[in-house]
Design a protein around this ligand. Structure first.
Ligand code: SAM
Length: 417
């Protein structure tokens, strides 16, 4: 059956796909309907057609799910930020867990025996974000993008419930032509700066209240009992309420030992490696952003850690050197951007053969792809721990442990000799 734009169809929602859309079927065609829940019967209007599926918008929820709840934000469904405010929080966790399992099956070729632990939830599910990026709108307003608008349309946003600050930023009085306004709340001292569409900082940082330039351009984050300094515009995990859990999972999976050499690849300002430095013999960290490495070194110095070495290089070049120099790594932590590991990085890790590989990912699809490569090379994917770093959104984080029993035994024998 061929459907056309504006056709209204009645569907039973049988699943929630990765990205948040409910999945319904018309004959053998899939129809994606956002903001709907498994088990619901809905009326939806077709808005876009692809070869084998359709996109539709919900027009009526005929039979609502008992898991449906009232969204807390008036911009929900218009704003592209949240996908799940209509779904009870614990049900969100279940939906994300199922999506992870489906992705691991579909894209990684893993079966039901794969151990996926229950999602760790965020202690705070609103007000958890330490950063928002606002788009300029007209002459004197700021806002967020309207979901799916092409070309991009911006609506004025009075406040975002996920952000730590609940002020109205739509009329924020500072402006830089055509530039995005970034507001961050790290160190408890809110500040802002301007950046372009390519993430290049144009001016700032400014104190959010006084709007005066800030002299000391470093910021810090308290993580457990440690203080991490960072460049004001650099990457830092967005949800401080779940960061201790993330670090605990990584440490538990890594099981650091006194004799271990640990590599922290894509290390940012060195959080994971420095957290474990007192438990291992040596830490090597690498990160392509030079500024972050300046701070990783500063963090090591302030913490009086002298067994951590940080390099500003790409993971591709750095790991190649490990291969060439036959450097022994016992535990390798990788935390790449959402697009995952490049072939060069995978190939080098396979040659270095760390007995333990801890993969931290915010992109489950690329993770599934990479996991298959490591498993085909002899690694065992022992377990995956998902964590809800981004409540009410389609995103989540995961930590996975890969081991190679033969390699682990080989390493133990070498140590005993
Ligand atoms: C997801 S972040 C992880 C940062 C850090 N592990 C943390 O939790 O704070 C990914 C990091 O990889 C860096 N990066 C991106 N491409 C890279 C590459 N090819 N080689 C090394 N680092 C890279 C980014 O600058 C970013 O800091």
């Amino acid at each position: 059956m061929k459907l056309n734009k504006q056709d209204i169809v009645e569907l039973e929602i049988t699943d929630i796909a990765f990205g948040g859309d409910g999945v319904g079927r018309m004959d053998d065609c899939v129809v994606f309907v956002p903001f709907t829940i498994t088990g619901e019967t809905v009326k939806a209007e077709i808005i876009r057609r692809k070869k084998k599926f359709y996109f539709a918008k919900p027009v009526e929820i005929i039979k609502p799910s008992p898991e449906r709840v009232e969204p807390f934000c008036k911009h929900f469904m218009k704003c592209g930020g949240c996908q799940y405010q209509h779904l009870d929080y614990t049900c969100q966790l279940r939906a994300l867990e199922k999506q992870l399992r489906d992705i691991m099956t579909r894209l990684g070729g893993f079966d039901d025996s794969l151990k996926i632990l229950p999602m760790i939830q965020s202690k705070e599910t609103t007000g958890y974000r330490n950063r928002i990026d606002l788009h300029p709108r007209g002459e004197d307003e700021y806002g967020f993008c309207i979901k799916g608008s092409r070309p991009r349309e911006i609506f004025p946003l009075d406040k975002c419930h996920l952000f730590e600050l609940q002020d109205d930023f739509s009329k924020f009085p500072m402006r830089s032509p055509e530039k995005l306004l970034v507001i961050r709340t790290h160190s408890g001292k809110p500040y802002c700066y301007f950046k372009d569409d390519h993430n290049v900082v144009c001016s700032g940082p400014y104190d959010l209240k006084t709007r005066k330039p800030i002299e000391d351009k470093s910021i810090y984050f308290d993580v457990n009992d440690k203080k991490f300094y960072s460049p004001y515009s650099g990457f830092f995990q967005v949800n401080k309420f779940i960061l201790p859990d993330l670090i605990k999972v990584i440490t538990d999976f890594a099981e650091p030992k006194e004799s271990d050499v640990l590599a922290d690849i894509y290390c940012g300002v060195g959080v994971f490696g420095l957290m474990m430095a007192d438990k291992v013999k040596q830490v090597y960290g690498v990160e392509s952003l030079e500024q972050s490495i300046v701070y990783a070194k500063r963090n090591a110095k302030e913490m009086k850690i002298d067994n951590a070495e940080f390099s500003a290089e790409t993971a591709e070049i750095y790991l190649r050197k490990f291969v060439d120099q036959s450097t022994k790594i016992d535990v390798c932590i990788v935390d790449p951007p959402r697009n995952g590991l490049t072939n060069k990085v995978v190939s080098s890790i396979k040659k270095i053969k760390p007995p333990k590989l801890v993969y931290v990912s915010c992109g489950p699809a690329t993770f599934a792809r990479d996991a298959r490569k490591f498993v085909d090379a002899g690694y065992i994917l022992e377990k995956i721990q998902p964590l809800d770093l981004f409540p009410h959104t389609k995103h989540f984080e995961l930590v996975a442990l890969f081991t190679n029993k033969n390699l682990t035994q080989q390493a133990q024998k070498t140590q005993e000799l």
